[in-house]
Structure formats: structure tokens, C-alpha cells
Design a protein around this ligand. Structure first.
Ligand SMILES: [Zn+2]
Length: 428
């Protein structure tokens, strides 16, 4: 196995800075190093120590740049890459005007492969080494995405989006075909290489009770798969769900009733939750995924990050592109900060960085494997230039510590701040 030593500033975590004091669980070295052995991180420590212990290993010295775990995007829609930043709609109109016409094109494998490859390359250019994506109803869209990720060595989560009502004819499957196609695709891709399959009903308005029940039965037979969907994003959506499922107690109940509430469930947005929904998500140890740039762009509302962080719900961070307006997890952290400010709380940069790496990995039940700068994790690593533009450089020059140096890049940085990216021990 080939070894490689990366030297620079390093940032790693030994715990959750929302439930423990961030000073105790975040670890910074101004002259640290990461030893890569094959596709895995073999050591993290001080540069001088690791250099002495491994004198013959090739070194890449990044100087003052910050070496962190690669960013983990816990919810996005790769088929919407081409329509990112489309103007003027809220959720339901957004889907009908922009999303559904574009998603209708993904029966074409060549088109799906082109967009999948472009999306993964854009993610890597922004320092994101894992994507969790919805595909379209077309099995071709799933094959294209897992194929493109495999070619790049990336760990990804994805699944065939299932919709059998309230969508155009070109984007409707049935309860039976959703079950059969999802089963075939998860048997083909789940656990193969770095691929994880997520059973994927888009959201309860576009699935009949029969389809939700079929997917719940499929998940019961394959409980090691994840399940991803959307939950309580916008108030008019919640009213619509109530009218479609009058017998359900709340939005979450439309999943719970059909076997789609569980520990491996990833619920995107989760902004307007009831007490019962929070209690149930906590009880089962499910994950909610915060998509801040999407929430402001589509006008959805203010996610209660600090409130939910007090519960046992796992919280991931995500771009939700193309409803989200940016591929950058830096920009995503910045908007998470701004939304929390509108709720009266200043989230610390250590907490923001944790969410974008360790938090998302925990939401995906992959703690210690990805999003982690520590021994035994896959060597998915992002190197951040803390002086990537003139305005950031003049601000970070007067920083007193790493957090003061990093925060301007979180707030104002983009893909220009990504100095280098390593995927499974290979520089890309
Ligand atoms: Zn979404």
C-alpha cells in the first residue's frame, strides 16, 4: 500500500460540539499532519512527530492551509444540477415549473450519465467528497449516479425516487413498479464498493398509501438500507398532506403508518415539526437533514438547529441542490449560521464544520468511516485555503486563533477556497 503524509493545519473532532463543550471535542494543530495508508487514514498528529516516524513517506506540505475531513452533503438532487438557481417559485410551483420537466429527461441513460458525472465533479471542486442524492423515477438515473461515483471512488448514498401520483405522466411509476425497481436496484448497488442504497419516496404527496406501504415493506426486508424523503418543508405543503391523509396525526405519521419511520430514515428539511413528531424522531434515533440555502431560496422557514440539537435526533447538513442555491458546503454553513442568527443564536464555527463533516456522516450512520479525520476513516480529505480571495485574506490576517481565521472563509468562501481534495487516499 502506498503511504502519503499531508502537512498543514489540521482540524479533527473527538465528540459532538453541540452536546459537549466545543473546546473539548474540537482539536486543532497549527502544524499537524495526516498519514494516509492506501485508502485509509493511518495517523493524525503533529507534523514533526509523524515525519520522524515515517521518514521515507512522500510528503505534501500545504503550509497554512487547513486539512479537514471531506464535506458530506446529506441531501441533494443530482438531476436538478441543470436547473439550480431558477427564479421565483416556492415548493409546489418549483417542482411543477422547473423540476418535473427536467427530471423527465432522465430515462435517457447517456443524459443521466453526463449530469451525474458533472454533478460529482462540481461537488469535488467544492470540497464535498460524499453526496446523498435523490435520483428520478427512472432506474437509468440510479445506474448513472452509482456508476459515476464508483468511477471516482466516492462514497455516495442514492435511490430511485418513487412517485405514483401528483406528478406528470412521464414521472409516475406505480406501487408495484416502485417496489420491483427499487428492489432490483438495491440488490445491484447496496454495499457494492462505497455505494449505499436509500429507498426513496419523494414525499408523501406524490405517493399513494399503497406505494408508501410497498416501500415500507421493502425497507422491512432490507433494514440495512437507508430511507430518504422530505418532511415538513413548507406550510402549504403540510396543509396539502393533511388533505391527502386525513386519517394521519401529522406529516410524520404519513411515513410512520406505512413502516417508513426508522433509525435509518433521513428526513430532509423538517422545519415545521410538532412536539409529537420531534418526540417520535428522537425515540427512533432518526436523522433530519438541514438544507439552509434551499430553505431561504425557496422561502420555506427557519430550521430550529439549536432546539433539535438538544434532542437525540441526528442532524445532517446539506445543499439540497437544485432547490438549494449553491454547491458549496461553506456557503451552506454560512446560511445555517444566518438562519440560526434569525432565531437568536450564534452557531460556533467548530459546530458548523462538525455539521458539514461528522454531523452529516452520523446522520448517514457512517460515523468514523467518512467525514472524520481520524485513524481508520477512509482518506476523504479536503484542504482549505484560508486566504482564497483578497477580502478573506485581509480579514483572516488579523485573526487571533483558528476559528477567527476560519470563519471568514465559512462566510465568504466558495470553490476558490478548496486547495485540494483527496478521495479514498487519491488526490483528485
Ligand atoms: Zn430535497
Amino acid at each position: 500500500m502506498t503511504k502519503h503524509l499531508l502537512i498543514g493545519q489540521t482540524l479533527s473532532y473527538s465528540g459532538n460540539p453541540f452536546s459537549s463543550a466545543w473546546e473539548e471535542v474540537s482539536h486543532h494543530s497549527s502544524r499537524g499532519a495526516v498519514l494516509i495508508d492506501g485508502d485509509t487514514i493511518a495517523a493524525v498528529g503533529e507534523a514533526d512527530d509523524l515525519r520522524c516516524a515515517h521518514p521515507d513517506v512522500p510528503v505534501t506540505d500545504y503550509g497554512d492551509a487547513l486539512i479537514t475531513a471531506g464535506f458530506v452533503d446529506a441531501h441533494m438532487h443530482y438531476p436538478q444540477t441543470g436547473i439550480i438557481a431558477s427564479w421565483g417559485k416556492q415548493l409546489i410551483d418549483w417542482l411543477n415549473t422547473y423540476t418535473f420537466p427536467e427530471e423527465s429527461r432522465f430515462h435517457d441513460l447517456a443524459y443521466a450519465e453526463e449530469v451525474a458525472g458533472r454533478t460529482l465533479d462540481l461537488a469535488l471542486a467544492h470540497g464535498t467528497t460524499t453526496l446523498t442524492s435523490f435520483c428520478t423515477i427512472h432506474p437509468e438515473s440510479v445506474d448513472a449516479f452509482f456508476g459515476a461515483a464508483t468511477a471516482r471512488g466516492m462514497a455516495v448514498v442514492a435511490g430511485k425516487t418513487c412517485m405514483d401520483r401528483n406528478a406528470p405522466d412521464t414521472l409516475r411509476d406505480t406501487a408495484q413498479s416502485a417496489y420491483d425497481d427499487s428492489k432490483r436496484l438495491l440488490e445491484k448497488w447496496h454495499g457494492v464498493g462505497r455505494n449505499t442504497y436509500a429507498i426513496t419516496p419523494r414525499f408523501s404527496p406524490t405517493s399513494t398509501p399503497e406505494q408508501l406501504e410497498a416501500l415500507g415493506a421493502l425497507w422491512a426486508k432490507h433494514p440495512d438500507c437507508l430511507m430518504q424523503t422530505h418532511l415538513s418543508e413548507q406550510l402549504p405543503e403540510i396543509e396539502w398532506v393533511k388533505s391527502l391523509f386525513p386519517e394521519c396525526r401529522d406529516y410524520l405519521d404519513t411515513y410512520e403508518r406505512f413502516g417508513l419511520l426508522g433509525k435509518g430514515g433521513l428526513y430532509g428539511h423538517a422545519i415545521h415539526l410538532t412536539e409529537r413528531e420531534i418526540a417520535r424522531l428522537s425515540e427512533v434515533g432518526a436523522s433530519v437533514v438541514h438544507c439552509p440555502t434551499s430553505n431561504t431560496f425557496i422561502g420555506s422557514g427557519l430550521f430550529d438547529l439549536m432546539g433539535l440539537a438538544q434532542s437525540t435526533i441526528r442532524i445532517g447538513l446539506a445543499t439540497d441542490t437544485g432547490g438549494g442555491s449553491n454547491f458549496s458546503m461553506l456557503r451552506t454553513m454560512a446560511t445555517a449560521y444566518e438562519i440560526a442568527q434569525l432565531r437568536g443564536v450564534a452557531v460556533h464555527p467548530s459546530q458548523l464544520m462538525w455539521l458539514a463533516t461528522e454531523g452529516s456522516a452520523s446522520a448517514l450512520h457512517m460515523s468514523g468511516q467518512i467525514g472524520h479525520l481520524g485513524i481508520g476513516a477512509k482518506a476523504d480529505i479536503t484542504v482549505i485555503d484560508l486566504a482564497s480571495t483578497p477580502v478573506i485574506t485581509q480579514r483572516s490576517a488579523r485573526a487571533n486563533d483558528i476559528w477567527d481565521a476560519l470563519f471568514p472563509t465559512i462566510m465568504m468562501g466558495d470553490d476558490r477556497a478548496i486547495r485540494d481534495v483527496w478521495v479514498a487516499g487519491r488526490a483528485v
